[in-house]
Design a protein around this ligand. Sequence first.
Ligand code: ADP
Ligand code: MG
Length: 808
Amino acid sequence: MNKTKKIFATLIKPLPIEIKSKGLNTSVIGGFDKYVLSWSRKLKEESSNKKVIKLTKELIDIVSNYGRATIDDRRRKLKKIINLINQLAIEIDGAKIFKIQDNNLVKIEKEKKTKESSLQQLPDFWQQSVQYIKGVGEYRAKKFKGLNVENINDLLYYLPRDYNDWSQLEKITNLKSGMKVTVQGKVTEIKQIKPRKGLRIIKIGITDGTGILYGVWFNQGYIKKQFNKGDIILFSGEVKYNYGQLEINNPHYEEIDGESLHTNRIVPIYPTTKGLNQKQVRKIVKRVLDQYRAKVPEFLPEFILDKYSFPCLQEALGQVHFPDSKKDLKLARRRFAYEELFILQLGLALRKTEVQEKVLGLKHDQNNQLVNQFLTSLPFELTAAQSRVWQDIKGDMESTYQMNRLLQGDVGAGKTVIATLGLLKTVQSGWQGALMAPTEILAEQHFLGLEEDLESLGITIKLLVGSLTAKEKREVIAEIESGAVDIVIGTHALIQQGINFAQLGLVIVDEQHRFGVRQRATLQEKGDNPDVLVMTATPIPRTLALTVYGDLDVSVIDELPPGRKPVVTEWRTKQARDKIYSFVQDEIKEGRQAYIVCPLVEESEKLDLESAVEMFEQLEDVFPDLELGLLHGQMKADKKEAVMEEFRIGKKDILISTTVIEVGVNVPNATLMIIEDAQRFGLAQLHQLRGRVGRGEKQSYCILIADPNTQEGKERMKIMTKTNDGFKIAEEDLHLRGPGEFFGTRQHGMPDLKVADILRDQDLLEVAREDAFKLVRKDPQLEESNHKLLRQFLTESFDYDLDLIDIS
Ligand code: ADP
Ligand code: MG
């Protein structure tokens, strides 16, 4: 203990007793006042800290006439004394030491600094409201709340959105127009000029002995009062040479008083709000850092810090708010980006193990007779990729754990076959399978396909969609309940109340991006933890899949069936329409079929419909001797089905359609896809539409008719002509639109990342995921003593709603 501390400790000894006696001045023989006076003087002499000296003087003033005061006066004085002692304690010991409790003075327990406790628990201040931080108070606490900052934890993690580098300190003589610098000097001039009515210019001149620099403000009279001649201050900003004078307009400024916060350094820029300005936020953050940073425990496992040479949390917090250098800042931000992704992945990993541990699923039979029968009946062999993912799925189904797997595969990769294998396997085990599709058209198509394929195997398969008659529905539902149906294909209708499966073994959700997690869950609840497979053709870039589907196992069919010729894609303007139509005519003469997709009319199904009908009528004139079909979302289901069927069997040459055919429709003889006003569609949608052709052996074509008037629109068309790879397209899409737009709102699945950038930090995301899953495999509950803090941090600081992490 240094001498000041010793003196201070001696000085405060009698205080509790004096308080208890309510100011009798008897806590020390010879008088409390004399005692405190003599030790206060010693303290004043010993200390070199200005603030301590000032406080001690005040203390001496109050105590000197304590003995002569009335008892009531003494009580008032005592309160002031405690206040002063606490302020002194902060200066000398770094924390308050007393508080009044039940009219008694209580010594505040000092934080235990044992290693054990700091490792296992977040400190008490972590969740303390910001309101009680000096300089905050009720009003600013409210303002902070508007910025989502409520407690110390939030404030420590209130990371700057940007920085100004004012670390370049320059002599005035070296200044040149355009330099961004900080200059230190003494205020020599304070003047105000009114060149004309309504314009007031404040000029503050400073000098460093090598020249004069002016800070210039317009119409901000209060500025004048901020400066006094002789003050030593710092100006930061961009230098301008104006009529022979060096100036900085609206400089950032501060008086030299200890450490600079607003100039002369890399200065943080925080998101602010009305009533809470940049300088205030900086000061408050600085105060909190000074007070609490040293007590912030590290919760990332040590091996991680070592592995990536990350700064520890205390260091990183200091550097991210008030960086010493750009390099330190970069290191700190990298740590926080990793931390954010690691915590996110850890949450997902925990949820996943939780699901796996708790939810014992159904154990499917190892007998593959039906599956093998079906496989031999197929006119083709599975591709290597299909075989691989089937092994994954089979393994999951035969295990006791509940399957939660995502099957990704580009359009036409052959996901349906895999789904069929799964359904057969569940039937083989004596259970029922359900396949849920996002549209009636698709459900019907699946139904027709499966019915044809599985009839010979003696399997009962039924369709359940909204447009069935009430009687039909009742029948199907009854059969589902009795177990008479082996496989049921449907839309949302499947998850309605009142439908109870006799024994649901497998749920498959096709084109999963159209379903939410909750819908998936509802379907699962219809059985006793059946296995779940979700299939998607939305090619989600790997990095996003890791984030969005972080809790699912992922299998990818990354190979198309052999013999597929890549679809030739061309971008044409409207002027070329005649030529395109004659090309269509030629292809149809060769026996092919074509889709023509109508312009997308946003937000209005009615307009959508009109545009489709109009287009249909126009095209009847263009192709008088061809058979045209019309398909749109508002047709009755049986009508839709009839049109699709006619197209499927070749009775219609051209199908004019809205985007209802976007998903899953499979007519291999159709080799032409014409998309009108293609610039109105997003990349993912264009790719889906294109996926309707190129399904047979013949060369297919996709023609985009578009006159985009934005650069981004042109970009999209170009990307489409350049690649057929859905994953590349998704990646480009992500780059063009950014993750937020790519997925829509947060509810649509993107966690709200503050530091990490999914595109820029792909590498970090990958390693963070690996680390998180490894950790959870090793310590599934995070119970090991050096993981407890991590667990606590996760539950207290992790505010992603995991249920929302889904794209629906
Ligand atoms: P998607 O993955 O888009 O759902 P589908 O399952 O509809 O693709 O398959 C597209 C087409 O490819 C279908 O006509 C299907 O019969 C065919 N197909 C699937 N797997 C193979 C394969 N291994 N070899 C040849 N054709 C296949
Ligand atoms: Mg499909």
